[in-house]
Design a protein around this ligand. Structure first.
Ligand code: ZN
Length: 117
């Protein structure tokens, strides 16, 4: 892969990273440890009935899988950015072959090549 292409993918990764962090911040606060772990924030509801509170908790519980999926994506993006720094970006983690630019441009945080998916 050319340096220019890696630069483009890096920009894409950084852009995705900030928009993901923004989304996570809407319903979660960043946990200092372990790194990259986010907790869903349950808001305090004052003066509402038990039933309303239950609804609220239910609504936030339904966000947990979403939060989890975003967290994983964010972690993959971080891993990809680390690999760019180390110079190992674009290699399949399973077979060590180069991942095609086409695949990387669709999902720059991808870790495996087309054959290993
Ligand atoms: Zn592979």
């Amino acid at each position: 892969m050319e340096k220019k292409q890696i630069e483009e993918l890096k920009k894409e990764l950084e852009k995705n990273k900030s928009s993901l962090e923004e989304t996570l911040q809407r319903f979660a606060k960043k946990d200092d440890r372990p790194e990259g772990d986010w907790d869903t924030v349950f808001p305090k509801v004052e003066g509402s009935s038990m039933e309303e509170k239950a609804d609220e908790v239910e609504e936030y519980s339904s966000l947990l899988p979403v939060e989890y999926a975003l967290e994983i994506k964010l972690k993959n993006i971080d891993d990809a950015l680390k690999k760019i720094k180390k110079g190992t970006y674009g290699k399949c983690e399973k077979c060590d072959e180069e991942i095609s630019y086409k695949k990387l441009s669709l999902t720059p945080e991808t870790k495996t090549c087309r054959n290993c998916n």
